[in-house]
Ligand binder design. Structure first.
Ligand SMILES: CC(C)(COP(=O)(O)OP(=O)(O)OC[C@H]1O[C@@H](n2cnc3c(N)ncnc32)[C@H](O)[C@@H]1OP(=O)(O)O)[C@@H](O)C(=O)NCCC(=O)NCCS
Length: 135
């Protein structure tokens, strides 16, 4: 078995900002960033809960700095809590200014709660992996 050095953290998603994403000021519309945050959070929540999930809350959303056309935006995620039917995920958004490899700026962060639901849209308990039995 060989040791593997820890690599750079991997974003849940990455996307280049385009002119169609701008607001009246010419910077990136906050709603576009929120949409990507929702997608990235869902990618993370699916690691815990592969079934059907819906977003019940987006909270603690803070826009620290504007995002510009041409920025490469990476969304990093971490699972904070797994409840009976819900998964809480933190999302951090980082922009590489103007190009991949450009200066990195933390632009936005948020916490989201996803709920596992059945076909009827009602909450369902999240299946937990069985603990290994003692020997
Ligand atoms: C998600 C939904 C099914 C939850 O229904 P509900 O009747 O509130 O369900 P419950 O009260 O049983 O709560 C279910 C879980 O969600 C959590 N939850 C509910 N409202 C919450 C809120 N405002 N913030 C954080 N967590 C919340 C509860 O704590 C619970 O978690 P747990 O089981 O891990 O303890 C319902 O609110 C819904 O359908 N919302 C719309 C979802 C949607 O369409 N999202 C897309 C965006 S438009």
């Amino acid at each position: 078995m060989s040791d593997v050095a820890p690599g750079p953290r991997m974003p849940a998603i990455r996307v280049v900002m385009m002119p169609k994403d701008t607001n009246a000021l010419g910077t990136i519309f906050g709603g576009v960033i929120l949409s990507y945050i929702d997608q990235a959070g869902a990618v993370e929540a699916h690691r815990t809960c592969p079934g059907r999930i819906v977003t019940v809350a987006m909270r603690e959303v803070v826009f620290h700095a504007p995002v510009f056309v041409g920025d490469l935006v990476s969304l990093f995620t971490v699972t904070r809590r797994v409840g009976t039917t819900s998964v809480t995920v933190a999302v951090e958004v980082e922009a590489e200014r103007g190009r991949p490899g450009g200066p990195k700026v933390k632009v936005t962060e948020a916490e989201l709660v996803f709920v596992h639901v059945g076909q009827d849209g009602r909450p369902l308990p999240i299946e937990r992996p069985e603990a290994p039995s003692g020997g």
